[in-house]
Ligand binder design. Structure first.
Ligand code: NAP
Length: 265
């Protein structure tokens, strides 16, 4: 039987990360599960059937990243890196702090780029695949999500440019764009807004399935869900049309950015 490559998964303890870990493990992929909390990592490890290694790492911390690189990137078999760790921020731009700007951009974009850089440097000519987990909001500027959109648009641009740069090598750079998914990244305000706007919500298991489809296929990008997939393309060609649709939804969106009492912790 063909030996499956080892996959390094950041954000393994989150909603989508846990679903990815379980499905990859059930298929026989050996895993390096990366998260900030060792108890959550151990709990996940107990739930998966296959081989795994646990590494605690705050990806925004230089020393933690160096430790992750030292412990897992040297491994000849670890040829898949899934950059899934991420945070969100749903508030109008005048509500955010400098700290918020720093945290969202550092976690979702800068640290992910630094991990990718180190991974590719360690692997040089070996076959590797990197999957960056972006978002529909990496293609559509959405009110209340200026920080998150900045980070995910950045991640999409980074993935696309790098993917084209290494097109003639045996490295694949992939980008997965989920739409709203049922995990705790979404505050009660976001859940309320999605309900009010009639937005569809996917399960983390469905997103994990899509990620594995991307990993095992030949394409380098995958956008999940209608009509989000359509709107992402429309926004690229006729952004004015999407401006109009967003303007209609704006009062509803702003109402939820203002309802502080609905926020989770
Ligand atoms: N859920 C959605 O609606 C949705 C839609 C589109 C895209 N996405 C993207 O999908 C990915 C996974 O999100 P999710 O929905 O599964 O969210 P989640 O349940 O909140 O999980 C986020 C994961 O990222 C980890 N993380 C956050 N900051 C980190 C840091 N500084 N260092 C290391 N790990 C860190 C968290 O670790 P801890 O367990 O330690 O907190 C957790 O494992 C994210 O990139 C997100 O942007 C989500």
């Amino acid at each position: 039987m063909k030996k499956l490559p080892k996959c390094i998964l950041t954000g393994a303890t989150g909603g989508i990360g846990q679903a990815i870990a379980k499905q990859l493990s059930e298929k026989g992929y050996p895993l390096v599960l990366v998260g900030r909390n060792i108890d959550k990592l151990k709990m996940l490890g107990n739930q998966i059937p296959g081989e795994y290694q646990l590494i605690t790492c705050d990806i925004a911390n230089d020393a933690d990243r160096a430790n992750l690189i030292a412990k897992s990137f040297h491994n000849e078999e670890a040829s898949v890196l899934i950059n899934n760790a991420g945070i969100s921020n749903f508030s109008t731009f005048n509500q955010v702090s400098d700290n918020d700007i720093n945290n969202v951009l550092t976690t979702n974009l800068l640290s992910t780029m630094q991990i990718t850089h180190a991974f590719l440097n360690k692997r040089s000519v070996q076959k590797s695949t990197i999957i960056n987990v972006g978002s529909t909001l990496g293609s559509i500027g959405f009110p209340g999500y200026s920080l998150y959109c900045a980070s995910k648009f950045g991640l999409k641009g980074f993935s696309e440019a790098l993917s084209r740069e290494v097109a003639n090598t045996n490295t694949r750079i992939c980008y997965l764009a989920p739409r709203a998914t049922d995990t705790s990244i979404n505050s009660n305000n976001v859940i309320g807004m999605n309900k009010a706007l009639g937005s569809k919500i996917d399960s983390p298991e469905m997103v994990a399935k899509e990620l594995i489809y991307l990993l095992e296929g030949k394409k380098n990008r995958r956008f999940i869900g209608w009509p989000e997939k359509f709107f992402a393309r429309l926004n690229g060609v006729f952004p004015e049309l999407v401006d109009l649709s967003m303007k209609n939804s704006l009062p509803t969106i702003l109402k939820f950015t203002e309802e502080k009492s609905h926020e989770l912790s």
